[in-house]
Design a binder for this molecule. Sequence first.
Ligand code: Z5A
Ligand code: MG
Length: 212
Amino acid sequence: MAARRGALIALEGVDRAGKSTQGRRLVQGLRAAGHKADLIRFPDRTTEIGQLISSYLVREKDLEDHTVHLLFSANRWEHVPLMKEKLHQGITIVVDRYAFSGVAFTNAKGNFCLDWCKQPDVGLPKPDLILFLHLSPEEAAERGNYGHERYESSSFQEKVLQSFYCLMEDKTLNWKTVDASQSIEDLHREIKSIAEKTMEEVQNKPLEELWK
Ligand code: Z5A
Ligand code: MG
């Protein structure tokens, strides 16, 4: 019998919704429950490509919009061989942002259609579950002001949210929206329960390719 595979679980959502907090907490919680689990945060600013992206985000460097879109995608592709290896070893991978952030942020710039934005990420490992952490702009504001990185303004974030809603219409993907205004622990419990159910459901299913 083939070995059971891990699940690929993506966390997406609006700015300050708690994706990074929940990503860390989920991997901790899964490990404590005896599962094998790893976390990857996109962009991964530690690689050479990631450092270029980071210098763009902190406004040290200006990059042309198509170029930066392709760099965000390349930053995901450079992780794919290891992601596949781990998934096939039965390790569940939690990704803090994925291709959906890539598409939503570039599409929000206005002159890039969704189809163009998706192309570089076609064929990435397809998430078994995409958790969308939903938080109203008012509740997000209570979590502090925007930082000084690129994209951190309420008008741009509203456009990003509209792009996410378009992506969520794709019924070939397993989107689940969760209420991110709950306490960190309540939200963690809800997310962990959905994640464990998905892990059980997909363990004997082949890993698919995104948008193919
Ligand atoms: N980007 C892109 O353009 N293209 C791409 O392909 C990708 C990304 C992958 C950097 O991302 C930027 O890159 C981002 C999208 C773009 N631009 N923006 N905006 P990032 O992931 O590095 O961004 P970040 O700095 O991690 O911010 P974030 O993701 O928006 O935040 P978060 O991870 O969702 O939230 P958090 O860090 O977990 O929590 C925020 C605060 O709220 C913190 O003080 C927590 O303690 C607090 N918090 C969290 N949960 C709760 C609850 N439940 N209650 C109360 N307070 C809470
Ligand atoms: Mg984050």
